[in-house]
Write a protein that binds this ligand. Structure first.
Ligand code: RIB
Ligand code: CA
Length: 335
């Protein structure tokens, strides 16, 4: 077993989270996106029961993310999963997108035929609230894009935190370089106000940041397994991630890529794949150079928080069984 460590853990407060039930009811908020696509494929093959998907601006405009999410779901046979399009811009700054990373179409410009299935609606935040009331205590919210929809849902419904079982987000860069700026990770950077609303809310929030996701590059042998598999799931991902490999190869030094969003999905489905540290955190909103930075207090002066539902307390990943993660991903693709 290969264990990778972020170093955020103090060894004293690592928390093993009990394994989930066999299947986990997931509401996925995403900005599909190449690694968002990989997260959907990971979940489909590892026990996710997708109740619905909602989409946000981020990698691409929200409507494009909506079309892409339907396309990926349908390619994976998940034709009954409704997709609701959400916020088309951040709460307090102009829209910015990242086609340079994900392709002009958000799916690596790979020519994946777009599904003709219509999206189910255009009021994602309202749908998050409606589903939380329809299924109290059952839903795990997985957010792998900017957090505008979750922030709007929290502004709409003060009961939301009590209605949701767990929240897992891909976001932040604790004790490591950002990607959208020197210190800010893209999902938080795209909408810092929304991210702060999510972080300060008293719910069970796991934050999967660059401090761990940048350590999840697959071995080139895994890339080869995906590219040589005849499984339609592998062929879908092999097509859309070519553009992504081109972006990450110069960063990593090998023709491979990291797995940001799939790791958030993995830890939503199987929290025991990692150990965690609880920490008080917040999002910088005013810094000239640091707006959008997720700041976690890792000092050991004060006693570490012990209640994940304390406002402003988040779970950060300390250690990850990365081989188990990679194998679960490859198994989900039939590679
Ligand atoms: O910083 C990485 C995150 O930003 C991922 O969720 C990627 O899809 C982009 O949304
Ligand atoms: Ca994403």
């Amino acid at each position: 077993m290969t264990t990778i460590r972020t170093g955020v853990g103090d060894g004293l407060t690592a928390r093993q989270v009990p394994p989930p039930a066999a299947a986990v009811d997931i509401l996925l908020d995403c900005d599909t996106g190449i690694d968002d696509s990989m997260a959907i494929a990971y979940g489909a093959g590892n026990g996710a029961r997708f109740v619905a998907c909602t989409t946000t601006h981020g990698n691409v405009p929200s409507a494009t993310a909506g079309r892409n999410t339907v396309t990926v779901l349908d390619a994976l046979g998940l034709t009954d999963v409704p997709v609701h399009v959400g916020a088309h811009r951040p709460m307090a700054q102009a829209l910015e997108t990242a086609e340079w990373v994900h392709g002009e179409d958000g799916l690596g410009d790979a020519g994946v035929p777009a599904s003709t299935r219509p999206v189910a609606g255009h009021l994602a935040a309202a749908e998050i609230v409606r589903l939380a009331h329809e299924r109290p205590g059952e839903l795990t919210l997985v957010a792998v894009g900017p957090l505008t929809n979750l922030g709007l849902a929290l502004l709409m419904d003060p009961e939301l935190p009590q209605l949701v079982q767990r929240v897992v987000i891909m976001g932040g860069a604790v004790n490591t370089a950002g990607n959208a700026s020197a210190v800010a990770e893209a999902n938080v950077w795209h909408d810092p106000e929304a991210a702060q609303l999510v972080v300060e809310t008293p719910w069970d929030l796991t934050v999967v940041g660059l401090e761990i996701t940048m350590l999840t590059a697959m071995p080139t042998s895994a890339i080869a397994r995906i590219e040589t598999s005849q499984d339609p799931r592998a062929r879908l991902i092999a097509a859309v991630f070519q553009h992504y490999l081109g972006v990450y190869a110069p960063i990593i030094g090998e023709r491979t890529c990291v797995l940001h969003d799939p790791l958030a999905m993995a830890l939503a489905l199987e929290p025991g794949m990692a150990t965690y540290r609880l920490a008080r955190a917040g999002v910088e909103l005013r810094g000239e150079l640091s707006r959008g930075q997720l700041v976690a207090d890792l000092r050991n002066f004060d006693p570490d928080p012990t209640d994940p539902r304390e406002p402003g307390v988040v779970r950060l990943v300390d250690e990850l069984d990365v081989d188990r993660f990679h194998e679960s991903f490859l198994r989900a693709l039939g590679a």
